[in-house]
Design a protein around this ligand. Structure first.
Ligand code: GLN
Length: 482
């Protein structure tokens, strides 16, 4: 049998049954893998061997009938796990242990999943490369000199490196899908409101959504089944029934209408990315889907709108970190001085940049010109999608304009960094679901990702198309050489 850490959740579930595998055996396999590769990958923000062993022993005393029973899951460091470090990879939350579990964590615990640790991320999820983490960057398992993407770079790299079987991330402007694409795994941002945000430390409350990062599409469906659903603790979660997403794992997608937006197939798109996405389109044509040329005319404004709305919400959400209740405190005789010193020391440069940008665009005198205007353009972007979905069931695009770039390559130029999310941001602005899945490798052997977007609450069609493509793709899957 292959080592448990190298399997998908559905494969491991079979092994658990046929080989009578204990959670303790699975924990040992994870620890072994951690010891082999973590020094290179640096995917964890917090990993405690003893806690993992204890947790596995507890699970072995139970008997759960869930597809996630004993399955290792890593949790992004901005999602609260009771009594365990949850720091958003920021100094300002150093030592913070939440007094409660996020709803997704409660659901995973109820399902008997084996929580392996907290995954590294860009500080407060601000970034596309994992380089703004106070713990230092995670590395791309396919090339350790390159970034894993961000902000859920730790989650994506851990799945790719087989240091976990499943991972949970959060996506505000692409933070699940872009790292999934760059690390060769599957990542889904569900519809806004599909998964509870209770216990997710907020970045942009009107954009944030929690979702799965997995080794294949089947695992995405399994994990989505567990974490989805209405939650009275999150007033933006929506009370509509959760279908069984595994029923959408079918190869028959004949007649599905897929839109190709001309604004996403632009000059400047990396040649290898274009070539891989074109080849995926050919594969899908073989499955008798119908391709339709469409236009999303306001795409050009998406990045600007996102940085105004996202930073405005972030500046307001981050006001609570002032040294009084959580994490770091820089003592001083005066309260105001304590605030200042704590925030000056605790936040990194990117967090400060966003707080300043957001505070500016919300300030009286600028509010109308920036925040309000951005909200209006956001409506136009949403309208673009409504129009497009009159003609098609799904939209296909590349996930990221380039494969993984080198560590340090974009840190000096925030604008270049922000442009990494040009194809993922619109789905957050419109609140619609989107998935990224691998579609092959660049000439340098770096993973390339393909994105499907769907109407709100149509995760089923995303899974159908992703699964059908995954099962028919003709390129050979390669594990990273670590
Ligand atoms: N990279 C984008 C940003 O820096 C998206 C981040 C995210 O989705 N959390 O804002």
């Amino acid at each position: 049998m292959q080592e448990p850490h190298g399997l998908t959740a559905h494969q491991l579930q079979k092994e658990i049954k046929t080989e009578n595998l204990k959670a303790s055996d699975i924990a040992s396999s994870i620890i072994k893998r951690y010891e082999q590769v973590e020094d290179k990958v640096k995917g964890f923000a917090h990993f405690e061997k003893d806690t993992l062993i204890e947790r596995a022993k507890d699970l072995d005393k139970k008997n759960k009938k869930s597809p996630l029973y004993k399955i290792p899951v890593a949790i992004k460091d901005n999602i609260c796990v009771k009594d365990e470090l949850t720091t958003c990879s920021s100094d300002i939350l150093s030592g913070f242990k939440p007094p409660y579990d996020a709803t997704v964590v409660t659901k995973l615990k109820q399902a008997g999943a084996l929580l392996v640790g907290k995954s590294n991320m860009d500080e407060f999820a601000f970034g596309s490369s994992c380089e703004t983490s106070c713990y230092g960057p995670t590395k791309n398992p396919y090339d350790l000199e390159r970034i894993p993407g961000g902000s859920s770079g730790g989650s994506a790299a851990l799945v790719a490196a087989d240091e976990t079987v499943l991972a949970i991330g959060s996506d505000t402007g692409g933070s699940i899908r872009q790292p999934a694409a760059l690390c060769g795994v599957v990542g889904m941002k569900p519809t806004y409101g599909r998964v509870s945000r209770y216990g997710l430390i907020a970045f942009g409350s009107s954009l944030d959504q929690i979702g799965p990062l997995t080794k294949d599409v089947t695992d995405t469906a399994i994990l989505l089944n567990i974490i989805s659903g209405h939650d009275p603790m999150d007033s933006t979660s929506v009370d509509i029934p959760v279908p069984d997403y595994t029923k959408s794992l079918t190869k028959d997608i004949k007649g599905l209408r897929i839109g190709l937006p001309k604004e996403y197939f632009i000059e400047g798109l990396d040649k290898d990315v274009k070539e891989r996405v074109d080849s995926a389109i050919e594969t899908l044509k073989g499955l008798e889907v119908k391709f339709i040329d469409i236009s999303l005319p306001h795409t050009d404004y998406a990045v600007s709108v996102y940085y105004i709305v996202g930073c405005s919400e972030a500046s307001s959400n981050l006001a609570r970190f002032d040294g009084v209740q959580y994490g770091l405190r820089e003592e001083s005789k005066s309260l105001v001085d304590m605030y200042k010193r704590t925030r000056a020391k605790g936040f990194g440069n990117e967090a400060k940049r966003r707080i300043i940008l957001g505070t500016y665009s919300l300030s009286s005198g600028y509010y109308d010109a920036y925040y309000l205007k951005a909200q209006r353009v956001r409506s136009l972007i949403r309208e673009d999608f409504n129009e497009a979905f009159k003609k098609c069931d799904l939209i296909l695009t590349p996930t990221s304009p380039t494969p993984a770039f080198k560590l340090g390559e974009k840190t000096k130029d925030p604008l270049q960094m922000y442009l990494s999310d040009i194809f993922t941001i619109p789905a957050n602005l419109a609140g619609i679901p989107a998935v990224s899945l691998p579609c092959g490798y660049s000439k340098k052997g770096l993973p390339v990702g393909l994105q499907f977007m769907a109407k709100a609450f149509d995760e089923e069609n995303l899974i159908r198309a992703a699964y059908a493509y995954e099962q028919s793709a003709d390129w050979k899957r390669l594990k990273p050489k670590l």
